[in-house]
Ligand binder design. Structure first.
Ligand code: OSB
Ligand code: MG
Length: 374
């Protein structure tokens, strides 16, 4: 594929409601989009970095810099045939996986369009609908949270994930379980606990949770393996898993029994598929995480979730839960059964709304080929 232009934009997109995790509150997304033009086709990618480097070391600003100064010029100088060529093109740049995924995923989108097949099919997907869950932020009160859960269950979502932290955990689980004894429930600590909390985390076993996501350090396998040995509830790793090797190490050490796969966190579709396959071969189920994406990133998550071993409901939900207006058409909707239907048109299967994207753009840069690769 000849790369004719790479256009990078930053969009300002307020969330319809704030999203609070153990590491902070997000009110307004700074969404980075890559538009790659190639031989009359356009592929789109979205950067999942947070506004601040609090989930991982990447941020909107760092990803912008790495894409405009390093990855964009490298890619523009190449002639990739497949999305899967990108890791080789980007090999000199260490880390910065969310920045890499932005560009790689746009190439996969282009490849699917060129082949005239859906992105799901190109990836090897096997589902025509995917099961959906929701991730619910920390609320101002338990009664507020119960009202939110009631609304999401009413909408059909198959699994409720509660963000938790010390002081917003067992009491919350108790209220939720008393009200809804049978629902599929999980929690996500985003690394809010330490080893001295081990007894406390173990007490989560009383609430029949599907999993406890990333209770300890963001970069740990070993202490999670000690904790997993003490718990009946499955641990799920999110932040710790950056690639296939990490997944193999975590599975080998029994640090987790479930893996959350996020495209940005692992650097794009190639590595996401590799993590998926490694987990599948070892009997470890996976699900697709979310990073408050706009419709572009959401459509990538939807396609990824069609792979065979994505057997658990993901954090992939309706556009309207996040944004008053999404930048894709149609926006993502979820059925009363809590499922998203997979589009089978070429590429991602959702049109981008160019007029709205233009209106939301606060910064734009066209990237040219690197002239001197040292
Ligand atoms: O840990 O899964 C997480 C959002 C931002 C950063 C990290 C996480 C999340 C979510 C929200 O849980 C998932 C979503 O609804 O997009
Ligand atoms: Mg998580």
């Amino acid at each position: 594929m000849r790369i004719d232009a790479i256009i990078l934009r930053e969009l300002a997109m307020p969330l319809v409601r704030p999203f609070e995790t153990s590491f902070g509150v997000t009110r307004k997304r700074r969404v980075l989009l890559a538009e790659i033009q190639s031989e009359g086709l356009i592929g789109w990618g979205e950067c999942t970095a947070g506004e601040r480097p609090h989930f991982s070391g990447e941020s909107t600003e760092s990803a912008w810099t790495v894409m405009t100064q390093e990855l964009g010029p490298m890619l523009a100088a190449e002639n990739p045939q497949h999305g899967g060529d990108c890791p080789r093109i980007f090999w000199r740049v260490r880390d910065n996986r969310m920045a890499k995924a932005t560009l790689e995923n746009a190439i996969w989108d282009l490849e699917a369009q060129r082949e005239g097949i859906s992105l799901s099919r190109l990836l090897g997907g096997v589902r025509d609908v995917i099961p959906c869950g929701v991730s619910l932020g920390i609320q101002s009160s338990i009664s507020e949270l119960l009202a939110v859960i009631e609304r999401e269950l009413g909408a059909g979502y198959q699994r409720i994930k509660l963000k938790c932290k010390p002081g917003w955990d067992v009491e919350v689980f108790e209220h939720v379980r008393n009200r809804w004894p049978g629902i599929t429930l999980s929690c996500d600590a985003n690394s809010a606990y330490r080893l001295h909390d081990a007894d406390h985390i173990q007490s989560f076993d009383a609430f029949d949770l599907l999993m406890v996501e990333q209770p300890l350090w963001h970069d740990d396998f070993y202490f999670h393996s000690l904790l997993q040995k003490r718990m009946n509830t499955a641990i799920c790793l999110d932040e710790s898993i950056h690639n296939r090797r990490d997944a193999l190490a975590a599975i080998e050490m029994e640090s987790c029994r479930i893996i959350n796969i996020k495209l940005g966190r692992v650097g794009g579709f190639s590595e996401a598929i590799a993590v998926h396959n490694a987990a599948q071969e070892r009997g470890i189920p996976v699900w697709c995480g979310g990073m408050l994406e706009s419709g572009v990133g959401r459509s990538h998550n939807i396609a990824l979730s069609t792979l065979e071993n994505f057997t658990l409901p993901g954090d992939v939900s309706a556009s309207a839960r996040y944004f008053a207006e999404d930048i894709i058409e149609p926006e993502v909707t979820v059925s009363r059964e809590g499922e998203i239907a997979i589009p089978d048109t070429p590429g991602r299967g959702y049109e981008v709304r160019n007029d709205l994207i233009e209106r939301l753009t606060v910064r734009k840069e066209t990237i040219r080929a690197m002239e001197l690769v040292s």
